[in-house]
Write a protein that binds this ligand. Structure first.
Ligand code: ZN
Length: 243
């Protein structure tokens, strides 16, 4: 059955002389692989350069096999600001690479699609905020939330100074700190910012102010979580921005 949907090009490569195979993240179908037969024959059905990062509307034929035939593609937005700014492109590249590495084929998630769309748009004005907003919300959706209210070991409510264990993924109380070594102080600002982004809409979260110190603290937590839960390299281009 023929279907229509919008989606981002995560990656692409040329196939034989005239065709393209692309990994696409679709709003309703999740991640798919599509073949664009005769793409380089200037067919009128393909009115898009199929650039990585671009948002397009596709007409395609879902099936059981891994690669789906895409018969039409039309450009919606190429996000031109990603093509003339290396830092902005690096953030988009990190987001798309993470989606490609962590999403299974056909695993649909409209919330992650919308988060991706808003984050890519936010990159135009504030690429660092877009980076943190995407990652905190993405991890939360994946069920990976740092514990920022109670002690991760004994569940006691934390009062006063905060000490965060990245290995355990949460705060440690005064008593439990005696038994563990791997913790670092966490500022109230970073803890509140993390919780605010987790618990508020994308629109509200995108208005938050992020100080450099706060970015550094959050970045350390996120890097550890990505490595631990997804085996995702810490050397992504996004983290170089704030290293
Ligand atoms: Zn404790």
């Amino acid at each position: 059955m023929i279907k229509k949907d919008i989606g981002f090009i995560l990656k692409r490569f040329n196939f034989r002389e005239t065709s393209v195979i692309a990994t696409i993240y679709l709003h309703n179908f999740g991640k798919i692989k599509g073949i664009f037969k005769g793409f380089y024959r200037q067919k009128k059905e393909f009115s898009t350069p199929l650039d990585v990062f671009s948002l397009n509307e596709f007409v395609f034929y879902p099936k059981q096999s891994e690669i789906w035939l895409v018969s039409q593609a039309e450009l919606i937005s190429g996000f031109s600001y990603l093509r003339n700014n290396l830092e902005k492109a690096a953030v988009a590249g990190f987001i798309f690479n993470l989606l490609d590495k962590t999403m299974q084929l056909w695993d649909k998630n409209k919330y992650i699609f919308n988060l991706t769309f808003h984050s890519i748009r936010l990159i135009e004005n504030d690429h660092q905020k877009a980076f943190y907003l995407f990652l905190i919300k993405f991890l939360t959706l994946a069920g990976i939330k740092p514990e920022l209210n109670h002690c991760i070991v004994c569940q006691k409510l934390i009062k006063g100074s905060l000490f965060f264990s990245t290995k355990r993924g949460g705060l440690l109380c005064r008593d439990c700190r005696k038994n563990y070594k791997d913790y670092k102080p966490l500022s109230q600002e970073a803890s509140k910012t993390f919780s605010y982004i987790q618990n508020n809409s994308i629109a509200a979260a995108s208005r938050i102010r992020l100080s450099l110190r706060c970015q550094n603290e959050i970045s350390q937590i996120i890097q550890k979580f990505l490595t631990y839960h997804f085996d995702f390299s810490q050397k992504g281009p996004g983290f170089k921005l704030i290293a």
